[in-house]
Design a protein around this ligand. Sequence first.
Ligand code: PEP
Length: 274
Amino acid sequence: MLKRTPLIAGNWKMNKGTAAEATALIGEVLSKSEGISGAEIVVCPPSTVLYTLKGILGGSERVALGAQDVYWKSAGAYTGQLSPEMLADAGVSYVLIGHSERRGRFGVAEPDFTEGILKHFGETDASVNRKAVAALAANLKPVICVGETLSEREEGTTDGVIQAQVEGALDGISTTQMTHIVFAYEPVWAIGTGKTCSSDEADRVCGVIRAALSDLYDAETAGTVRILYGGSMKPDNASELLVQPNIDGGLIGGASLKAGDFIAIAKAAASLPS
Ligand code: PEP
């Protein structure tokens, strides 16, 4: 089977969200990525600068725009939310859904604001599913994030947790729509911590995702879906992760804030043997 086109997505999180900061970073990303082909590059900035970046990118074929979240309604009394249609109008083509910094945090009955505790947001598999369905209906490509916490890994429940997150995200999504879905395996304990999952283990869990897709759909469909790895990916560990058979790119947090590092990872992806 042909290797799937790698996708390198930068999640800027709540950084570089002023027009001046975002303009400077995207300018560097654009100039450093000149000449790269063979890998798709996406940046997911804060929503405040989506229109600014849309204007700068001008429909660039090299760098696409992503959002960090979406709501499943088109309009209405949903304070603070952004609809898929609004994001599409702002030039967005990809949207992160179910990032671990949102799962189990917003909206819980007793929020815990301790740094590093995943309790003050409230994304669930059901809300991830609604968001994915709504995003697809507006022609956005969902990047569905899944991953186990450290305690789940230590209890030996990683594979079951991942399978449940994959299945829960895809309720009602057809085989045809699966061509627009991307998954990102992000072990929660490896995000922003400097701890990377070993390339063998990251590949194994991405394989668990692919097997789940094969069971839910069929092997051919599972073989077309891109599965990214995310969690402290940097220029010095990117190649050994990206070369793994089940890893089709990276979701990059910290390293996406430095254009040189981000584009070095994109170049590593673009230079993989096809
Ligand atoms: C992320 O937030 O999706 C992520 C992978 O972050 P980092 O690269 O900083 O670990």
